[in-house]
Design a protein around this ligand. Structure first.
Ligand code: GAL
Length: 418
């Protein structure tokens, strides 16, 4: 269902009562509830409170934010949106188009956002040329997280760089009695893994053709069938208890040595950091197999709702300023696993994973290796993403499903959702 229809449906059934805010209070909806995420959001709260405002937490658990978005729609149609909400990618345009968001241009101008944000990020924060959202970080989706001890115990002496090397290593790890690939379940995790494999198999050009330009030929191609086939092979290297498991619980399995690897965005690093683990020693971060030098971009951001109350508007502006503050950007991103969105930051305190990520981001802008994340709402509308997710998840949950047919289904589903 598209956003307009789902909002209408909610309007007819909504029973949510308004909540009233104290003066100088901002209510912020987000889905950052895992160990690393919760620590990071705590920093935003503290920094805002240092400016004399109060943070009212509106956290809805669930990686990827699907549940959070459902709750947000209900609140918004009942005429009582929060002050700000974690909304990103194409969703910003959809909420902007429906007239829900406020214009932050005065703060953006005063604080020179256009001068410090990469254009590829700034553009996504604007609706109709005006800032309606503020970016927090830049995440890279295509990472492989590795427990080097488990590789060693399994007799794997180098970290896999290609998909072939990945499957060869996975066989050895399985034979040694460990889980090769830590994974959870659910549509969002399925699509995240799928798009990383898609980048490896298709390359950046065809990735964009498929998920940004929605080219039917690419979506239904033999290459796309190969993506599904490779994706399906991954099932053999996961454990049997994936059902209902969140992504961070899967990260924990790598961290504590039950599993060898996880393919996940660098919010996973937030979990290693929260557990006091050191990159290069306790764990390794390397590009997901077959995606060296390429970058699937995921930018977290908060969009701001059009609110009438003056005190709340001032509190909103303080939150917007806090998010772009250099010191906040540093501490937050150190905890979150991402790197700062500002280009004028001193990166001294950051580890190898973050430095590699930033360097690859910059290089990939130049060489065409940068692609927007399909799974994280960066590439296409919520309705197209919903259609892709259904096909991908259904395929993954049916070991008998045929890759060729899945590619054709994908093209059909996307066509119907455009
Ligand atoms: C993503 C979000 C990340 C991370 C992840 C898991 O959508 O962009 O920051 O938190 O969900 O919850």
């Amino acid at each position: 269902m598209n956003m307009r229809k789902s909002l209408l449906a909610l309007l007819l059934t909504s029973t949510i009562f308004p909540t009233f805010l104290q003066a100088s209070e901002v209510e912020v909806l987000h889905w950052w509830t895992s160990g690393g995420e919760a620590k990071s959001v705590q920093i935003l709260k503290q920094k805002l409170e240092q400016r004399g405002y109060t943070w009212k937490d509106f956290a809805i658990a669930g990686g990827g934010g699907e549940s959070a978005m459902t709750v947000l729609k209900t609140r918004a149609v009942s005429g009582n949106p929060p002050s700000a909400a974690q909304i990103k990618g194409e969703d910003i345009q959809e909420w902007g188009g429906l007239g829900f968001l406020t214009n932050l241009d005065d703060v953006a101008k005063a604080d020179g956002w256009d001068e410090v944000l990469p254009p590829v990020v700034a553009t996504g924060m604007k609706y109709d040329g005006k800032y309606v959202a503020v970016p927090v970080n830049i995440h890279r989706v295509n990472w492989l997280w590795v427990n080097p001890q488990v590789l060693k115990k399994s007799g794997v002496d180098s970290v896999p760089e290609t998909l072939d090397q990945f499957f060869a290593a996975a066989e050895k790890i399985k034979a040694a009695g460990f889980t090769p690939l830590a994974n959870g379940s659910g549509p969002w995790q399925d699509t995240t893994l799928f798009e990383t494999i898609a980048l490896a198999v298709l390359g950046p050009e065809d990735f964009r053709q498929a998920f940004v330009n929605l080219d039917m030929g690419t979506l239904s191609s033999d290459k796309m069938a190969k993506v599904f086939e490779t994706f399906g092979r991954m099932r053999e290297y996961m454990d049997e208890d994936v059902q209902g498991r969140e992504w961070n619980v899967a990260t924990n399995r790598v961290l504590n040595g039950q599993a060898a690897m996880q393919i996940m965005g660098d919010w996973a690093k937030g979990e290693f950091t929260a557990a006091g683990k050191i990159p290069g020693k306790d764990y390794l971060c390397v590009p997901a197999p077959g995606t060296k030098g390429q970058f699937i971009q995921n930018v977290d951001s908060f969009a701001f709702f059009d609110i009438k109350d003056e005190a709340e508007v001032n509190a909103q502006k303080a939150l917007a300023r806090t998010i772009m503050d250099k010191q906040f950007q540093e501490v937050f991103n150190l905890n979150k696993g991402s790197f700062p969105v500002r280009t004028d930051m001193d990166m001294h305190g950051f580890d190898k994973c973050a430095l590699d990520s930033r360097k690859t981001f910059e290089q990939s802008i130049e060489n065409g290796g940068l692609v927007p994340s399909m799974s994280q709402n960066m590439a296409t509308t919520s309705y197209v993403l919903g259609a892709i997710t259904d096909v991908v998840s259904n395929f993954f949950n049916d070991p008998e499903a045929d890759p060729k047919k899945a590619a054709h289904k994908l093209a059909k589903a996307v066509k119907a959702a455009i």
